[in-house]
Design a protein around this ligand. Structure first.
Ligand code: B12
Ligand code: SF4
Length: 521
């Protein structure tokens, strides 16, 4: 009985940017008695069905975007006699779908780390259940990824998770509902060991694939400090202390490592935190800016963000501390008007954002926006017998772009204006201008241009274009650019790299600093 883990994708590029973490975590959770799992990332190469034998176990992880391909793989594996198990966020939300359409014998909901060995044992003993609930496990129970199984020369960036969950409740995001609002932090030494394992293999760029790297704000601490019950304050202070511990450990790792994460803009309030990020070489962060107006932020339950000039100041604080921002903006909010698009691009440039993505408000399952949209009449319209509220089941060739209905603009107008915002932001003279704020040498500036162009090709044209010729052209260009970009990211392996020895932290001093900072708010 061989274990196969498949990350489905309708398109295979031969090369990929970031390692899909779940594959290597589940490999880590697979008991050694079953042998090393066969790992297939279809963004590289499609699954070779001939490798699947009767009695094998095929584990398939799906998010909404690749669910349909996942179901195809599941049915094909089942017809070859394999035991098919689904997991991942989409299977967690729609377990019946994986069974009805994906040939699943079993579906795992929630975190797979601890429940996966039980599923395999049940397969082996012939007592498999239809559904397993992996729940939300504690941070110290997260299983480390098996990077020794990573193929050479296929990926540019490694991915290591340090925390799961987010205390916020943005309307377009499923994270707080599926991963929970209570931050679950991994053991610092486990994170460090994974980074070392990746650096040994030549990876120097690592995505900290977290929901929110800054889970405790100074205002949270100040509010907790006012309560008579100290337990909440102590808990928040401990989460914050561990963040600093992690960053101080990352600081001890080889100097050529570069980290990138996802964070709320609230971190800009906290120079201590930003300085620690810089020392840890967390050089970039995706910041969910979403909207440049207060009304827009309110519409998506994100009014903890700043708007207008206060937003410019906040974003500049990141780059002033050497943390370069990938600003993520959403278009199509009910409060957006045709002039919002140009105003957004101009603000992004003024705020010193290094990269930007402009996405159209799309209802993703598991979100508040989706639940609302699903009840509307437009979601009941059908394509080939499939209601739009299940748009991921429509074959990609016929699948319309699904956007949340807007009170005054048509989807096509929003799409066209979004596309022109990408065009404007990624004009060569503007990229060149931005490169000065990020890097110094001519070589590094040229690399910045290459990465900007690659990002734009991979994201904008393949993501929002409706013209399939344009999508195909962009995918081809992205493949060529990726070949060059790979050389920029991957470096000589350091097979003998050891985990650096622990430096003892003056814990009392950290506690005192938190108290001072909390009182400032
Ligand atoms: C890192 C990340 C990315 C990285 C991905 C890098 C990579 N190659 O992995 C980048 C930045 C590229 C990215 C892009 C996008 N992402 Co993203 N991303 C994440 C994030 C923050 C963490 C994912 C991760 O690595 N987690 C760590 C692993 C270990 O956890 P996991 O994948 O959940 O797997 C666990 C369980 O689900 C389960 N499991 C998973 N698979 C399987 C399979 C089996 C058999 C079993 C038993 C269990 C199991 O066990 C695992 C271990 O516990 C999640 C948020 C989240 N909390 O999930 C969003 C998230 C997955 N992304 C999301 C979205 C929407 C996107 C984009 C579409 C954004 C956009 N608008 O373009 C793109 C799509 C890219 C694509 N085509 O795949 C949504 C998905 C929503 C949905 N319903 O599908 C999420 C949930 C965030 C959100 N805001 O809601 N993303
Ligand atoms: S969008 Fe970001 S801040 Fe909002 S709930 Fe999701 S992860 Fe948290």
């Amino acid at each position: 009985m061989r274990i196969h883990l498949v990350n489905p994708s309708p398109v295979s590029f031969g090369t990929a940017v970031i390692t899909p973490r779940w594959l290597y975590v589940l490999a880590g959770a697979t008991p050694t008695s079953f042998g090393p799992p066969a790992i297939v990332d279809e963004t590289l190469d499609p699954l070779d069905l001939d490798s699947v034998r009767p009695g094998d176990v095929v584990g398939i992880g799906v998010h909404t975007g690749n669910a349909l391909r996942g179901y195809e793989v599941g049915r094909a594996a089942r017809s070859r006699g394999a035991v098919v198990v689904f997991g991942g966020i989409h299977a967690t939300l729609y377990p019946d779908e994986a069974r009805d359409l994906g040939g699943a014998h079993a579906v795992v909901k929630g975190d797979g780390d601890l429940v996966w060995p039980r599923v395999l044992a049940d397969v082996a003993s012939g007592s498999l259940y239809q559904t397993y609930d992996g729940g939300r496990i504690a941070g110290d129970a997260f299983v480390s990824a098996r990077w020794d199984l990573l193929p050479s020369d296929r990926y540019m960036w490694g991915s290591v998770q340090t925390i799961r969950g987010c205390p916020k409740h943005c309307s377009f995001c499923s994270v707080w509902r599926t991963d929970g609002q209570k931050p679950r932090q991994r053991e610092v030494e486990e994170v460090v060991a994974e980074v070392v394992a990746l650096r040994r293999r030549g990876f120097r760029f690592i995505l900290l694939s977290d929901d929110n790297f800054y889970p405790v704000t100074l205002a949270d601490l100040a509010a907790a400090d006012r309560r008579s019950d100290r337990s909440h304050y102590e808990n928040l202070a401990s989460i914050r202390r561990q963040r600093f511990e992690l960053m101080s450990r990352l600081e001890q790792l080889p100097e050529d490592l570069v980290f990138y994460t996802q964070i709320t803009m609230e971190a800009a309030e906290d120079p201590e935190f930003l300085k620690a990020m810089r020392r840890a070489r967390i050089r970039g962060a995706l910041v969910g800016i979403e909207s440049v107006t207060p009304e827009g932020l309110k519409a998506v339950f994100k009014d903890f963000n700043q708007a207008g000039e206060a937003l410019v100041t906040r974003l500049r604080a990141f780059s002033e501390h050497g943390v370069h921002v990938l600003g993520s903006f959403i278009f199509g909010l009910p409060t957006d008007k045709p002039d919002t698009f140009a105003a957004t691009a101009s603000l992004a440039q003024r705020a010193g954002v290094s990269f930007a993505q402009f996405v159209m408000l799309q209802p993703f399952p598991g979100t508040v926006d989706f639940s609302k949209w699903e009840r509307e009449a437009s979601a009941a319209a059908e394509v080939g017998g499939v209601p739009l509220s299940r748009y991921w089941l429509i074959p990609p060739a016929n699948r319309p772009k699904i956007y949340t209905p807007h009170p005054v603009m048509s989807p096509e107008e929003i799409r066209r204006l979004t596309q022109s915002t990408w065009d404007e932001f990624y004009r060569l003279p503007l990229i060149w201008q931005r490169s000065t704020g990020c890097v110094k040498s001519l070589k590094a500036r040229l690399a910045f241009v290459l990465i900007s162009k690659l990002y734009r090709q991979m994201y904008a044209n393949t993501g929002i274009a409706t013209d399939s010729a344009r999508v195909a052209r962009s995918a081809r260009r992205a493949r060529v650019l990726a070949k060059f970009a790979r050389r920029l990211f991957v470096t000589a392996p350091m097979p003998d790299l050891a985990v650096p020895p622990l430096r003892v932290q003056p814990a009392a001093a950290i506690g005192a600093r938190e108290r001072t900072l909390a009182k400032v708010v």
